[in-house]
Ligand binder design. Sequence first.
Ligand code: FES
Length: 262
Amino acid sequence: MGTPAREGAPVTLTIDGFEVTVPEGTSVMRAAALAGIQVPKLCATDSLEAFGSCRLCVVEIEGRRGTPASCTTPVAAGMVVRTQSEQVKKIRKGVMELYISDHPLDCLTCAANGDCELQDMAGAVGLRDVRYTAPEDGMRTHFARNTSGEANPEWLPKDDSNPYFTYDPAKCIVCNRCVRACEEVQGTFALTIEGRGFESRVSAGAAGDDFLSSDCVSCGACVQACPTATLQEKSVIELGTPTRSVITTCAYCGVGCSFKAE
Ligand code: FES
């Protein structure tokens, strides 16, 4: 969740009127969490290095211009932070509108329904309407490309090649969590982001551009990191949302990571 708390000199700051003391180098987001204040977030997690890409965690800091991302901003002594000002609430709502404007609206039949951070955050920022309209032929802004490199206004097809999980680019919000998990958790570097703007997407980077023919070792770190239904375990898709979970050792490869099994 932002820059991890570190061993360092204690720093005292004020967040939403509460005085908080945390080690030097701690992120504003983590300091807020330690004070019981949850700042909306999509690209930050407890286990990955802060990235600062989703812009949902913006806050106001007295005496500073703009609205910095709390996940990448370190605390400073005497800092006065506001996480719930009208300005930041408006910015977060606008950011969520843009995410939803480019996302399939099939929540009721989606495998991640009820376990989707995009859905949770849309509720957390109070999003009710989306002002931005989709292209005429539907909300299809993750364009597939034909062999000449021209954009084809269809959703990119799902990648079903991996035996354990599927990759659905239409549901990707390009938060980069899967790419970072692949690098930071597994050290595999199998994934990357290609393209720009609406055309940016996660790529397995292989010649066939599918997970199976890439360097992916099927460790599942990317699936664990995904906040939407973009990367989904096949068992979840086939069996529905689980009602209980246990910690088990991942059998996908020889690393022996612990994973939550449903
Ligand atoms: Fe801070 Fe995404 S959570 S920018």
